[in-house]
Design a protein around this ligand. Structure first.
Ligand SMILES: Nc1nc2c(ncn2[C@@H]2O[C@H](COP(=O)(O)OP(=O)(O)O)[C@@H](O)[C@H]2O)c(=O)[nH]1
Ligand SMILES: [Mg+2]
Length: 424
């Protein structure tokens, strides 16, 4: 076990960790949240192994959040009959938010002091569940991560070199992007962890789950003060097939951008970077149009629209992904294009004012005008294109609403065509 954060490993004056209440003194309550998508062959074995591992002082209940299209709910019902602790199921007709959405739904309805999240396929050893909670109690941690990358851990059950490489690389990139929020977490992609309910519930409304990486979301948005880790060996799947897809990998990238651009300043930087990449289609279109014999001035105007479209796609799909539901795409594109072209129209008189009216040299005047119109355009994009309409849901509720709009072609339809590769 490794612990980091303020107040980590509070000692009893003899260098030993002072427990919150030793096992036996106080009962601890834990809800084990298990997201399931077609895991009929795994649930009975999972509950059996959980029950076998359960120490007497732990009051446990299992909460399946199920999006299955097979007979998993019936399998859970059967297994619950012989299970020594309560088993509850939230079966969702619409799999809003996919795996992360399921976990967040479970997190919100849990009432116990501790919550453990684990997969149904036994890749996360059930025998480790009590140790995660005990470690959290002893270390007074808010979050305990079962880590494949802590000393003694391993990802042996991760099938194929490709998935191991993707997992390692995405872990490195993610830790590099969030060095402070992920300090002390060697495996931010782990789907096996224990968290205090108080840590989650204080931030439940700002969670915007996307794809598979719920721990990342919780570590960054809930900011647990003290984090501990327990090494574990990622096992082979017991039965059934992996549900992770290439699409989940793309979702993970979008999730990273959304987490990294949570503040307006970070959003403005990414807005600027995307704007810079827009020069490429702009110049290509300009070259093509002038080669076709179009005069360079109308060609400039048309080519600018290619840059605008390019920028809109990236900004809409990556930067303001969670605010897309506020307006129809045509409305967003129209407003965005209007602003981008107004930017051109505004810049010229501004440069003229700076040069002729205030005596600024042409180059600094142009740079200043570019900067001014860039900031104005960013603010206007936030306010006029992506501000929620009155009465429309925000945050997670908004993305949920959006996915509902997408209807049957959402998670469930997509689930049918899941391929077997892709996510870290
Ligand atoms: N509720 C719910 N659970 C899901 C969904 N997708 C995957 N899961 C569950 O999440 C866990 C991890 O999924 P898995 O396919 O094993 O991913 P892998 O370990 O990355 O290959 C399993 O318990 C799945 O049944 C989903 O859309 N909804
Ligand atoms: Mg799995």
């Amino acid at each position: 076990m490794t612990v980091s954060g303020p107040g980590a490993e509070e000692t009893d004056g003899h260098g030993r960790a002072a427990p919150e209440g030793a096992p036996g003194d106080a009962r601890t309550t834990v809800t084990v949240i298990i997201p399931t998508f077609n895991e009929a062959g795994n649930v009975e074995e999972l509950l059996t192994r959980l029950a076998a591992a359960l120490p007497a002082h732990l009051d446990c209940e299992a909460l399946f959040v199920d999006d299955s299209t097979d007979d998993t709910p019936a399998a859970i019902e059967r297994a619950a009959l012989t299970c020594p602790f309560p088993v509850n199921v939230i079966h969702r007709e619409v799999a809003t938010g996919g795996l992360s959405g399921a976990v967040v739904e479970g997190l919100k309805s849990a009432a116990s002091e501790w919550i453990v999240v684990m997969d149904a396929d036994l890749q996360h050893p059930p025998s480790l569940m009590p140790e995660l909670v005990e470690t959290g109690r002893r270390a007074r941690a808010d979050l305990v991560v079962a880590s494949r990358y802590a000393g003694g851990g391993s990802h042996a059950g991760l099938s194929g070199r490709y998935r191991v490489a993707v997992s390692r690389t995405s872990t490195l990139v993610t830790k590099g992007l969030f060095p402070s929020a992920l300090r002390g977490i060697s495996d931010p992609m782990s789907g096996f962890f224990a968290i205090r309910r108080s840590t989650v519930h204080a931030h439940a409304d700002i969670l915007k789950p996307l794809g598979y990486k719920i721990l990342l979301e919780l570590a960054i948005r809930c900011r647990p003060r003290t984090v501990a880790e327990v090494p574990f060996s990622f096992q082979e799947r017991y039965a059934g097939e992996s549900k992770s897809t290439v699409r989940e990998g793309l979702r993970f990238l979008a999730h990273l951008v959304s987490l990294r651009t949570a503040t307006p300043v970070a959003r403005m930087v990414v807005f600027g970077l995307i704007g810079l990449t827009g020069f490429l289609p702009n110049l290509c279109a300009l070259a093509a149009l002038t080669a076709l014999g179009l005069h360079y001035l109308p060609a400039e105007i048309v080519a600018n629209q290619f840059g605008v479209l390019w920028n809109f796609l990236f900004i809409d799909l990556l930067l303001f992904r969670d605010r897309r539901g506020h307006r129809h795409w045509a409305d967003r594109l129209g407003r965005f294009a209007l602003l981008a072209n107004a930017d051109l129209v505004l810049r010229i008189p501004l440069i003229a004012l700076l040069v002729d009216g205030m005596g600024v040299a042409v180059l600094p005047a142009t740079a200043l005008a570019l900067l001014t119109t860039f900031v104005l355009r960013f603010v206007a994009t936030e306010l006029l294109v992506y501000l929620p309409l009155p009465g429309r849901p925000r945050g997670m509720a908004a993305s949920f609403a959006r996915e509902r709009e997408d209807g049957a072609k959402g998670e469930r339809g997509e689930a049918e065509e899941r391929e077997k590769e892709g996510t870290p």
